[in-house]
Design a protein around this ligand. Structure first.
Ligand SMILES: C[S@@+](CC[C@H](N)C(=O)[O-])C[C@H]1O[C@@H](n2cnc3c(N)ncnc32)[C@H](O)[C@@H]1O
Length: 229
């Protein structure tokens, strides 16, 4: 990523700093960071040519063709995914995030039916079993945000036959040239253990796992699509 010292990118730099130095970072820090960032988040990410929401929405639409499907956008932030899904014709989208200020921005976009402020990973999400047809997520699976253990909770709230579509940076779970500083062995092990456990217990089946070159400027993206069994 190009060095950028502008005010707009300082929050992004902090997120990346915490991603590299995860020790001792609590959820309050993350919440405060995103609460503070809301005003410039969309334009900052646009400048970085952030492709996660576009890619993950496109892949979800290949597997979930019912436009009235109930979709949970987990870690929706300011609603970049909601906008993409809405443009694709989806009309039943719930957004969830730890940052109420981000949710306030998402609400202004008028693309979500329901917005919920809660922390994923602390306790059960406030949804019943099999409540959604799909979950979509971009930019949230990283050491300081949502851990891979939350996939179990995602499987709980998605109906059998439902789809989970995830976009993330590859570098958190594998050493990627030029992005070595973000690799976390601990996170890689947890990612492997949880995904394999869910396959072994026939809770989900991974349908596809693909890399794409432009997650955002200069970073390798990973798209994982799973079907809940
Ligand atoms: C990089 S942003 C991605 C937002 C949106 N999905 C996008 O693609 O623009 C990460 C989001 O995850 C949220 N977040 C981080 N950790 C969380 C947690 N444990 N529970 C709920 N939301 C969390 C943050 O508040 C932030 O809005």
């Amino acid at each position: 990523m190009a060095a950028d010292t502008s005010m707009e990118s300082s929050s992004l730099q902090q997120v990346l700093h915490h991603a590299r130095n995860a020790d001792g970072i609590g959820s309050n820090t993350i919440k405060d960071l995103y609460d503070h960032w809301t005003g410039s988040y969309d334009t900052d990410l646009l400048k970085q040519n952030y492709q996660g929401p576009t890619k993950v929405s496109a892949v979800l639409s290949e597997h979930c063709t019912d436009k009235s499907a109930s979709i949970l956008d987990c870690g929706c932030g300011t609603g970049l995914i909601g906008e993409k899904l809405h443009a694709l014709g989806y009309s039943n989208i719930t957004g969830l995030d730890i940052s109420q200020k981000s949710l306030d921005v998402a609400e202004q976009k008028g693309v979500y039916n329901n917005l919920v402020c809660t922390e994923v990973g602390k306790e059960k999400m406030p949804f019943g079993e099999d409540e959604f047809d799909a979950i979509i997520c971009s930019g949230c699976i990283l050491p300081t945000h949502m851990r891979p253990s939350c996939f179990r909770e995602w499987v709980r709230v998605v109906k059998p036959g439902g789809i989970i579509a995830l976009a993330m940076r590859q570098c958190y779970i594998e050493v990627v040239k030029g992005e070595e500083e973000y690799f976390s062995k601990d996170f890689q092990l947890e990612f492997g253990e949880v995904t394999q456990d869910l396959e072994r217990s026939k809770s989900w089946q991974i349908i596809s796992k693909t890399n794409f070159p432009q997650y955002y400027e200069g970073s390798l993206g990973l798209l994982v699509v799973s079907k809940v069994l």
